[in-house]
Design a protein. Structure first.
Lengths: 241, 212
């Protein structure tokens, strides 16, 4: 392993700490002993890679990838953007996975008992690989807000969950994307776990009229930044390999 | 595009958010209760063509009150039987197993809380900067409701005492009793080799988690 392969240290101030009483479930699931700082070895700078033929042609089309009798119901929406690293370099061919509630705010999950109906034509998950420029794109219906038992009147703003890999296991990231203008954002206990206001604000996707399809659907733009390696040349070598 | 060789890290990382209670929908939809993709990732990665000794890794994950956490996503990343990662950054002169990606994904069971990974035992990987070898280990990453940012840890093998005692990562952990939180006990059951690796998120037996 060359030193260039190492990642810059994660800036934990940009992330929620483990223990955030505002989000009650974190109280018993948060380690209390400080994390041991580990300099990168091969175990951290490497990570799984995925091939295009592992994915199906509809995997990034949530409107149609679970269609049984017709398309999913809801406001058809494009979500797109770039996965970049901390050096501003594109992260190409990386797996992006998404999941969300349906337009009524109900998840297709055996543990979700919210009163909103299941949409028989909506699974609520999708996945794609970024292209050589780090670009990803998927179609979906805009998810609805829904309540959760944090406080009796806690509501989640509309959001889409994202899982991203990057090129090394140390870049692994799961996050949530919100929609510009959602009035529930300031009241959300999950967003509130992030102490840095400007960091939290980067989770809000912006309306992107230029990418919308006239008379068909609106688009939102959400760029994702993963940790950078110490040398950008390494990234380019990876992409060419 | 011509890369600039020495660019300072300039873009701030996207903040993490909890994977939430419905992480299964996106990442292990079969556990959520439906079938959508043709190809599903799984915790069973020792296919018939993979070289190496078949092992089962299993365990439970406990919260700070001792409850079993039954909705946790578990991912593992490991080297092949020869001790090489299937990744271009690994330039060790060891054989690559094209049938083995080395990555597994599963969830703790909604009923029992048990997670199960079926894989092969990894070989020893060279340590940082090519010095001391690291003892065979499997890298773990956990995400779930209540976990705000994914938790990284490592599992070492209980029957590798000599290698473990020389491992450069175990040895940076100051207290020997905390090192033991990373070592899985070996047993045999119905002819299978089983390593039991329970993880404690919090409390007296809190597992060592790493800032990697």
């Amino acid at each position: 392993m060359t030193p260039e392969a190492e990642f810059h240290q994660r800036d934990r101030d940009l992330h929620p700490p483990a223990y955030t009483p505002v989000y009650k479930t974190s109280v018993l699931r948060s380690p209390r002993i400080p994390l041991w700082s580990l300099q990168n070895s091969l175990s951290e700078v490497t990570g799984p890679t995925f091939a295009r033929d592992e994915l199906g042609p509809l995997d990034n089309d949530l409107i149609n990838n679970y269609a049984k009798t017709g398309e999913a119901i809801g406001e058809q929406t494009i979500v797109h953007g770039y996965v970049l690293d901390g050096n501003g370099q594109p992260v190409s061919n990386t797996l992006v996975e998404v999941w969300q509630a349906n337009a009524g705010g109900r998840y297709r999950h055996r543990n979700d008992t919210y009163i909103a109906p299941i949409d028989p034509n909506f699974g609520g998950c999708g996945r794609m690989l970024t292209d050589e420029h780090g670009y990803y794109f998927f179609r979906t219906v805009k998810p609805g807000a829904y309540p959760f038992r944090n406080h009796v009147n806690s509501w989640r703003p509309a959001h889409i969950h994202f899982s991203v890999f990057g090129t090394g296991f140390a870049q692994r990231l799961i996050t949530q994307m919100y929609f510009e203008g959602d009035p529930l954002i300031p009241y959300d206990s999950i967003i509130a776990t992030i102490p840095d206001k400007s960091a939290a604000d980067r989770l809000t996707a912006r309306l992107d009229l230029n990418a919308s399809r006239p008379l068909e659907c609106l688009a939102y733009r959400f760029d994702i930044v993963l940790r950078g390696r110490r040398q950008t040349l390494f990234e380019n070598k990876l992409q060419g390999s | 595009m011509i890369p600039t060789p020495f660019v300072l890290s300039c873009l701030p990382e996207t903040p993490s958010q909890t994977a939430g209670p419905y992480v299964h929908i996106g990442l292990i939809p079969n556990q959520a209760g439906f079938d959508i993709f043709q190809n599903n990732f799984s915790g069973d990665i020792a296919g018939p063509d993979v070289a190496g000794q078949r092992i089962v890794i299993e365990g439970k994950i406990f919260d700070g009150a001792g409850h079993v956490a039954k909705d946790v996503l578990v991912e593992t990343w490991q080297a092949n039987a020869a001790g090489r990662y299937n990744h271009p950054a690994d330039n060790q002169k060891k054989s690559l197993d094209q049938n083995f990606r080395g990555w597994a994904r599963t969830g703790t069971d909604f009923g029992t809380g048990l997670y199960t990974i079926r894989t092969i035992k990894p070989g020893s990987v060279v340590g940082r900067k090519g010095r001391k070898a690291m003892a065979p280990h499997v890298n773990f990453w956990l995400a779930s409701r209540g976990i705000n940012i994914g938790l990284a840890t490592r599992m070492y093998f209980g029957d590798e005492e000599a290698a473990n005692s020389q491992d450069p990562v175990l040895n940076i952990i100051e207290q020997p009793e905390r090192r033991r939180t990373l070592i899985a006990a070996r047993s045999e059951r119905d002819g299978a080799i089983v390593y039991t690796f329970d993880i404690y998120l919090q409390g007296d037996r809190e597992t060592v988690f790493f800032d990697i």
